[in-house]
Write a protein that binds this ligand. Structure first.
Ligand SMILES: Nc1nc2c(ncn2[C@@H]2O[C@H](COP(=O)(O)OP(=O)(O)OP(=O)(O)O)[C@@H](O)[C@H]2O)c(=O)[nH]1
Ligand SMILES: [Mg+2]
Length: 445
């Protein structure tokens, strides 16, 4: 067993094995409590995993350690290093790292406010040194190709755009870049992977990372999406939390704020959708202000492009000095095939109702330049045979409509005519199948 504590981040790491890269394939969350002795020192912790299935497998690695107790009745996993007299529940859930076979490898416990930091006297001798190399720019930015002439800018850096689903993160990214690099829709959970949009101005190059909306995952795809958002935080030079000012913050906003609070980067509160009437604006504003120590706040309408330039100006003043990383004409890290497939998925999000679009993945399978056009063949993966019929529609009408409504956007992006062929295939329960997720590109780095 390995326990360590990151003082800066206020995070305890409790691991039941040594981790090597690629071990963790899933991330769950669960309520967590610390076990205290009579002097209020921390002597252990307790994870409440009652929400999960296959608990025997989940705890199988943990229970090999003598300090670990499994309470099968309450479904609590307890790590006990000395006798405890009380438990204190933490506001933030623990993050559980799980391997491919469903075993719990370890967990992160956030004590963001450092409320318990002085209480580790008993555990401290057990702490192992954190030997995590500092993330540097080189670690996360692409290798600079010497043949590309990079723009001469004073500042450059990464800006993470975070928020709960549907608040307008991707709409904001598109407004900033001035072109569509991220798909948007009125349905939540539209964005599935972190997407980079690059803005090069005479004075600065800003790499914006649009992230999937943080939500309560109900499948492996959801876990992946939330992890994509979470992973964007430590890499960012500036953090923007986008909120919908017409709604009061909820528990998801609290969770995102907790993720943000752990970072030392400047934090900007972006109040979106100010174009909408909002009789409760004052109350909403006060509640969002209380979520984190914001360096500044700004009201915008991403859809009307109001306040967006002012936001970018504010961001630039907070970027580190340094050279550009991308050529001046590069606007996104996605390739054309991926973007084209995303444009088809966007049409499906708009055209098909109910839950079906959440189980749709679009894959570009052929991309061939022909004399008169570019031939593109894509497969629309669905989860069930019955969904296939809905996507195809009566006499193929819906599939034709998806194709004809996707084509103009793809042609505009590519600057040429295309011939788009769409096929629909059921892929059983792919959102919970690690192989399918990997195959479809939903894999964490
Ligand atoms: N009225 C109004 N609507 C907006 C604004 N910005 C975005 N929207 C709408 O809000 C909906 C969600 O926008 P997205 O940009 O897809 O939201 P998101 O935060 O990226 O959502 P996820 O990718 O699901 O996390 C869309 O219908 C947008 O048109 C705004 O400033 N005003
Ligand atoms: Mg989005």
């Amino acid at each position: 067993m390995q326990i360590s504590y990151d003082r800066d981040a206020g995070t305890l790491y409790w691991y039941f094995c040594e981790l090597t890269e690629g071990d963790v394939t899933d991330e769950y969350e669960c309520p967590v409590a610390l076990l205290l002795d009579a002097h209020q020192h921390v002597v252990g912790m307790q994870l409440d995993v009652s929400e999960y299935d296959d608990l025997t497998q989940l705890v199988s690695l943990a229970v090999t350690h003598p300090e670990v107790q499994w309470d099968a009745r309450q479904k609590h996993l307890r790590v006990v290093h000395a006798q405890y007299t009380s438990t204190v529940e933490l506001a933030e859930p623990a993050l559980l790292d799980v391997n491919q076979t469903g075993q719990l490898l370890g967990c992160d416990i956030a004590d963001a406010d450092h409320e318990i930091a002085g209480r580790y006297t008993v555990l401290e001798p057990l702490f192992v040194d954190l030997d995590v190399p500092e993330l540097t720019f080189d670690a996360i930015l692409p290798e600079v190709d010497p043949t590309i002439i990079l723009p001469d800018v004073e500042r450059a850096g990464i800006v993470a755009i975070l928020g709960r689903p549907n608040v307008g993160k991707s709409t904001l990214l598109n407004a900033i870049i001035g072109q569509k690099v991220a798909i948007t829709s009125p349905k939540p959970q539209t964005t599935r992977s972190a997407i980079r949009g690059i803005l090069t101005r005479p004075d600065a190059q800003i790499i914006f990372v649009d992230t999937p909306g943080v939500h309560r995952p109900r499948n492996r795809l959801g876990n992946y999406m939330v992890q994509q958002a979470r992973q964007a935080v430590p890499d960012a030079d500036v953090l923007c939390m986008v909120v919908d000012i017409t709604h009061m913050p909820n528990e998801l906003d609290e969770r995102i704020a907790a993720m943000i609070r752990r970072s030392k980067a400047p934090k900007i509160l972006v109040l979106n959708k100010v174009d909408r009437p909002n009789p409760h604006a004052e109350a909403c504003l006060a509640a969002f202000r209380a979520l984190a120590p914001w360096q500044m706040e700004i009201a915008i309408s991403a859809i009307k492009n109001q306040g967006v330039t002012a936001l970018v100006d504010e961001i630039v003043t907070r970027l580190p000095n340094g050279p550009a990383f991308y050529a001046a004409d590069m606007i996104t890290d996605q390739n054309e095939r991926t973007l084209a497939a995303e444009l088809v998925r966007e049409r499906i999000m708009h055209l098909i109702g109910d839950e079906i679009p959440y189980g749709v993945a679009v894959e570009t399978e052929e991309w061939e330049q022909r004399p008169n056009n570019l031939y593109i063949r894509m497969t629309i993966h669905v989860e069930k045979e019955s969904q296939k019929a809905i996507i195809i529609g009566k006499g193929g009408a819906m599939l034709r409509r998806i194709g004809s409504e996707s084509r103009p956007g793809i042609e505009q992006m590519l600057g040429q005519r295309i011939y788009l062929e769409l096929w629909v295939k059921p892929r059983d329960n792919w959102r919970d199948d690690p192989n399918s997720l990997h195959w479809l590109g939903y894999k964490n780095s």
